[in-house]
Design a binder for this molecule. Sequence first.
Ligand SMILES: [Ca+2]
Ligand SMILES: [Ca+2]
Ligand SMILES: [Ca+2]
Length: 412
Amino acid sequence: MKKIAVVIAVVIGAGALLVALFAGQTPSPTRVIPNDPFFKYQVSFLNPGRQIPIERTSIKPSAVTLDAAAGIDPDITRAWTISTGSRKVVVAVLDDGFFYNHEDLAGNIWVNPGESGPDATGHPKETNGVDDDKNGYADDVMGWDFAFDDPDPDCYVFDGKRRDRIQPYWHSISALGIIGARGNNGLGVAGVNWDVSMMLLKIGAQGIGNGEKDTARPGWAVKAIRYAADNGARVINWSGFVSDPAPEALAELKAAIEYAGKKNVLLVVGAGNSGLDVDRPENFTYPVCFPLDNVLTVAMIDFKGGLVRYQAGDRWLGSNYGVRNVDIAALDENFTTDLENGRSTYRLGAGTSCAAPVVAGIAALTLSVNPDLSAVALKKILMETATRLPGLDGKVACGGMVNAFKALRAAR
Ligand SMILES: [Ca+2]
Ligand SMILES: [Ca+2]
Ligand SMILES: [Ca+2]
């Protein structure tokens, strides 16, 4: 555990202000506020309520005002009084390519101990072309690119045939920053975990955009999930889904997730942004709708505590839901890491792709306190300690939003 750097003690005077700001939450003796300059925009971690003005990006003025109710947050600043994370906890992220050189992420990328340092001939194991740890993958020092079967899960998408770079991709970067941007380093934002090891498993494009054709295939996800389970991950974040898979492919995917479950790996997935009841068979989507006890499915809520719902043309979109297939909710609007023309930047992300990493991050933070929890026990703690919200009744299984402080307290 990282030594807690700044503890805000609630004292007479200042305490009155804090108690007033956080009315609706249990009174707290302490909170931990990191020194990262953009933490002030991370109101999804610490929501003061009322009208909250923030910027949408770090690179140009782009003010937005969030209409918030006090107490609608995952209580992370109180959880940080217990733990700010550990490099020993490995979270695998299944996504498109990764901008792992981001200034606020580089320090929290997983380093495969069996593929780092000098080999017997003095060459670096990272680049010697040898599968030093004999796990089936040569030079897999930070993870693997399953889409192109090479050790570099880099941040570009391809057209699926030619290896020409089309464009930098961005979907994964918001998830990485939420789970584990370096915290309290005086730079950028703070992740749920100030310290963590993020294993990078590239399985193809997870969002839909112009010119992006290497859409995730179930076969790549199957390999990635088995890799995560075999190489020390305890949590997998998958803010995505497989589209139109064949029944055999689905069976293989289910078997891989069950295999991960046997190794106590919890798979956290975004419920999806189509505004659908995914308990209805015509709306089934995978892996969201696998009835497996090591899958935790995350809906997205707004700052008032209701399921996100918005009109797009003549259609209603928003968080998917369903008391059987969706387990828990989290705020989706998170100020997190981004990239712009190859530069490290920061941006307000949204969607269940940003809600799932909040829960995956809190799962990892919980394991930093108690690494002996099974995947099933971890899922149970997260659901049982969730903050119940009337708007989630009948929409998600536990009827609430994730609460980091209560989860860590229960796990201790
Ligand atoms: Ca290897
Ligand atoms: Ca090697
Ligand atoms: Ca930081």
